[in-house]
Design a protein around this ligand. Structure first.
Ligand SMILES: [Zn+2]
Length: 140
C-alpha cells in the first residue's frame, strides 16, 4: 500500500526556531530520536496543536487523519512549545502559567479529536520548554 516505513506523525509549530542551527532544532531532533520518531511524517502549523482547535480546520484535519490511516500511520505525537508567537497573536500577552494552560487546553483538544476520529491511534502530547528548550513535558 505504501513505500513508507514510519508509522508516526509528528505535529509541531511552524516556528522559525526549528530551522537548522536555531535553538529549537537540536533539542527537537533529540526528542524525535528519544521517541523513535526521527523517521516520521511531519505536520507543521502555526501554534502546533492550536490549529486543530479551529473550526475552519476541522475538514482539513479529518482529511489529514484519513491520509494518515492510508499511509499506515497509527501514532501521532503533538509537540507545542512555550513562548509561542502564535499563542500571543491568538490570546494576547500571557504569563507562563497562562500560556501553559492554553497549550494544555489545545493539546487536550487534539487528544479528543483523535479519540473521536481515529481511536485506534496512539496519541501523545508534549510541551517543549526549559532554559535550553530541551525539556519536553508530557501533557496528559
Ligand atoms: Zn509556536
Amino acid at each position: 500500500m505504501s513505500h513508507h516505513y514510519s508509522n508516526k506523525m509528528v505535529v509541531r509549530c511552524a516556528d522559525d526556531r526549528y530551522s537548522p542551527g536555531r535553538e529549537f532544532a537540536g533539542p527537537f531532533e533529540q526528542f524525535l530520536i528519544d521517541h523513535g520518531a526521527k523517521d516520521c511524517f511531519l505536520q507543521v502549523d502555526f501554534g502546533g496543536s492550536l490549529g486543530i482547535t479551529k473550526e475552519f480546520n476541522y475538514e482539513a484535519w479529518l482529511d489529514r487523519v484519513e491520509s494518515a490511516k492510508a499511509l499506515g500511520i497509527n501514532e501521532v505525537i503533538f509537540v507545542d512549545h512555550m513562548a509561542c508567537g502564535k499563542f500571543t497573536l491568538e490570546f494576547g500577552e500571557l504569563t507562563a502559567d497562562e500560556e501553559h494552560a492554553r497549550h494544555t487546553t489545545c493539546l487536550h483538544a487534539a487528544q479528543r479529536f483523535f479519540q473521536e476520529h481515529a481511536p485506534e491511534f496512539k496519541v501523545s502530547t508534549y510541551l517543549q520548554t526549559g532554559d535550553n528548550w530541551d525539556r519536553f513535558d508530557q501533557i496528559v
